[in-house]
Design a protein. Structure first.
Length: 163
């Protein structure tokens, strides 16, 4: 619960940071690049040593295929809680997915919360925040009350082309 609230807070900070990104790009772009280069060393990390049923963790920067495999796994494993919705294709013809998380017998009839990530190519942390929130909502029973009054619609990678 605390870690989920932290993730949401981090997401809010991140959204705020997008607004100021243009200015910070001017002053410290080279500093950011070093950080990004260091993060990218983990891109191909084989995470099969984790006990999870999916090849995704929150200590690495993952490929789109890993993120989509995670969403597909949740869709298959938690059919009563999760619906994976294909909302079309990107400019480069990659599928676009929204995951709906709802404990309601008639989803779509309650207020909804929308979260998205991965709008811009360089913003590596935002798909991680969105997929972490998904994992916390779906797989952590202690967070069930966050599903009691609302449906969640989360799109972790809005721009899979990275353009
Ligand atoms: C990851 O490692 C496991 C076991 O060492 C192996 O079976 C699997 O093929 C590896 N996956 C990738 C993507 O390299
Ligand atoms: C999600 O799972 C259902 C079956 O439970 C399946 O019919 C549907 O095609 C899956 N959605 C996606 C986008 O894979």
């Amino acid at each position: 619960m605390m870690s989920l609230l932290f993730a949401i807070a981090l997401g809010c900070v991140f959204i705020t940071s997008q607004i100021v990104a243009k200015e910070s790009e001017l002053v410290s772009y080279s500093g950011f690049q070093t950080v990004i280069d260091n993060q990218n060393t983990n891109t191909n990390k084989n995470t099969s040593d984790t006990k999870a049923a999916y090849n995704l963790d929150w200590t690495s920067y993952h490929r789109l295929s890993n993120i989509y495999a995670f969403l597909t796994y949740l869709n298959t494993t938690y059919p009563r809680l999760v619906q994976l919705i294909n909302i079309g294709s990107s400019y480069e013809k990659r599928p676009l997915y929204v995951i709906r998380i709802s404990s309601s017998p008639s989803p779509g009839t309650r207020p909804a919360i929308w979260i998205d990530g991965g709008f811009h190519a360089r913003e590596w942390i935002s798909p991680a925040v969105a997929t972490y929130i998904i994992q916390q909502l779906v797989e952590v029973p202690a967070n069930a009350k966050l599903l009691s009054n609302v449906d969640w619609y989360i799109m972790p990678v809005v721009n899979p082309d990275g353009l």
